[in-house]
Design a protein around this ligand. Structure first.
Ligand code: AMP
Ligand code: ZN
Length: 107
């Protein structure tokens, strides 16, 4: 998606404060954090939201969700953390490229 800001971040065309990257995902700090630690995990594949996910995305979603505790721990959220996936306008989604929010306070 040429006009998608998170596709541009995934492609390296827009800078981000990167936490993690592999073949399938990028994680980076949220530009407007709502907690002392707040980062996003996105797939490199453009998927607009969780509502557009189907069986073909099972492995990708599993990969993202199992990265959550690993990256949270690395970012100092040793006592726990919150996760959020805003979906659709009614769910408060502003950027229509799937992303998981991970946020909390350092231990
Ligand atoms: P939402 O779609 O409601 O889940 O929220 C999108 C999130 O993306 C917000 O928390 C924004 O602060 C964050 N965001 C938007 N643009 C950027 C960016 N260029 N770099 C990092 N975070 C961003
Ligand atoms: Zn995108």
């Amino acid at each position: 998606m040429s006009d998608c800001i998170f596709c541009k971040i995934a492609a390296g065309d827009i800078p981000c404060n990167k936490v993690y990257e592999d073949e399938h995902v990028v994680a980076f700090h949220d530009i407007r954090p709502i907690a002392p630690v707040h980062f996003l995990i996105i797939p490199k594949l453009h998927v607009a939201s969780l509502a557009e996910c189907g069986p073909e995305h099972t492995a990708l979603l599993g990969h993202i969700m199992t990265l959550v505790p690993k990256l949270a721990h690395e970012q100092g959220l040793a006592h726990g953390f919150k996760t959020g996936i805003n979906t659709g306008r009614g769910g408060g989604q502003e950027v229509f490229h799937l992303h998981v929010h991970v946020f909390g306070h350092k231990a």
